[in-house]
Design a protein around this ligand. Structure first.
Ligand SMILES: Cc1cc2nc3c(=O)[nH]c(=O)nc-3n(C[C@H](O)[C@H](O)[C@H](O)COP(=O)(O)OP(=O)(O)OC[C@H]3O[C@@H](n4cnc5c(N)ncnc54)[C@H](O)[C@@H]3O)c2cc1C
Length: 382
């Protein structure tokens, strides 16, 4: 068994680590306070090739692997979880769905600029009545000659509010096309932003990840060309579930990056904060918290890296992705809470980054399938 990163993976990690420390971290609290998306940072990420690491160069990618992409996500999330979230959506979900299921034409039109970071992709699965029960899609797509007519809405669509967002990839039910059991089939569609009948609602006011826009999207007789069907007819939901496995590894990596930030800040603070005549690190109540943090972060890191490695090897990784997502997201919530505790009253003040980490951490138990959904996935696969 080889736990050593390749030279290329090590290079990606070092570059992203440095970028996070020098470019993102100094501005992260202010970006979160204003909620302004850091478009200049995102274009630098694109220039450095961070959006398409695992895709072949002919499709605008870096010709690397998913382990490298996840290391990048971990390192950026150490400075700002929402930038890791952006990579999760646009690279882990949308680029990947285009790469695995798209036609050559779709890859040329949509994947290349997205893997290069020139355009951003959004992923629309959740609806008002279809949250954890994501197959309960009510949005419809009806084939009318050479176009699909889409009606319905998607909730919580991350990144679609960005100026550079070019498409949302959605699931929709096709009433005229039934499966063998007579149910309306679910297909996946590429819906370009700006198509008439495509409306982006107001940005939700969130408790964290404020720089990553999250909006409702409404489709009213929104017509897209017939060739915007993505993948096979009737396999739309299954395709979305398949790419969500990668999304789960991304959430594992984001959680580890955020937890590492909590740990680094807390260790430094515990070594300099003096109470009862000594640094608080000298009290076992504090140093044991840090010991547990360090151990659990390392365990979660090994879990997401193993899942990414299995993906790179083409091995089934449903369980490993769910383990990584569940363990890492639960771990970071506890680590962020302990980080605030170690900072005492200062941890509750917005000037200190740990208060932001605490707000960022909670979301990770909800997106890409809640903790309860991960337990369902795991128990169904035992
Ligand atoms: C900031 C943010 C960004 C998001 N980005 C996107 C995005 O880009 N694209 C997208 O499609 N979605 C996105 N989502 C939506 C997210 O994936 C859903 O919120 C999530 O899947 C849960 O669905 P829900 O909110 O409807 O909760 P519900 O499904 O209503 O769940 C409520 C509670 O019930 C529990 N529950 C539900 N069913 C079961 C069960 N069978 N057994 C046990 N417990 C159960 C859940 O675990 C949860 O605790 C985003 C959400 C947020 C907050």
């Amino acid at each position: 068994m080889d736990f050593q990163l390749t030279e290329e993976q090590e290079m990606i990690r070092t570059m992203c680590h440095q970028f996070a420390d020098e470019v993102i971290a100094p501005r992260a609290n202010e970006m979160e306070r204003t909620g302004e998306p850091p478009f200049d940072v995102i274009s630098k990420m694109a220039e450095l090739g961070m959006m398409g690491i695992p895709f072949p160069q002919r499709y605008g990618g870096g010709g690397g692997d998913w382990v490298g992409q996840m290391l990048c996500i971990e390192e950026l999330s150490r400075a700002d979880g929402s930038l890791g979230g952006l990579l999760d959506v646009t690279t882990g979900l949308v680029c990947q769905e285009l790469y695995v299921f798209g036609t050559e034409e779709q890859k040329q039109r949509w994947l290349i600029p997205m893997a290069q970071g020139k355009e951003i992709g959004a992923f629309g699965l959740t609806e008002a009545e279809a949250g954890s029960d994501a197959g309960a899609t009510q949005t419809t797509a009806v084939l009318d000659g050479d176009k699909w007519v889409i009606n319905g809405s998607k909730l919580f669509v991350s990144a679609i509010g960005y100026d550079d967002a070019s498409i949302v990839v959605i699931t929709a039910r096709c009433p005229a096309i039934e499966d063998r059991k007579g149910r309306a089939m679910i297909n996946t569609f590429i819906v370009p932003k700006g198509t008439p009948g495509f409306k982006v609602g107001a940005d939700y006011d969130k408790i964290g990840w404020r720089t990553l826009s999250t909006n409702e999207v409404v489709f009213e007789d929104c017509c897209i060309p017939a060739e915007n069907l993505l993948g096979q007819r009737g396999r739309g939901f299954a395709q979305h579930l398949e790419v969500l496995q990668t999304g789960r590894i991304c959430v594992g990596a984001i959680s580890v990056g955020l937890a590492q930030a909590c740990f680094d800040t807390s260790l430094a603070y515990a070594k300099q904060r003096v109470q009862f005549g000594q640094p608080i690190y000298g009290f076992q109540g504090i140093s044991f918290k840090l010991a547990d943090m360090a151990m659990n972060i390392e365990l979660a890191r090994l879990m997401y890296l193993k899942a990414a490695w299995m993906k790179d090897k083409g091995l089934p990784h449903t369980l490993e992705a769910a383990y990584a997502k569940l363990f890492a997201s639960e771990m970071v919530e506890k680590v962020a809470s302990d980080a605030v505790q170690i900072h005492g009253g200062y941890g509750y003040i917005n000037d200190y980054p740990v208060s932001r980490y605490y707000r960022e951490a909670k979301l990770l138990q909800i997106i890409e399938g809640t903790s309860e959904v991960q337990r369902i996935v795991i128990s169904h696969n035992l």
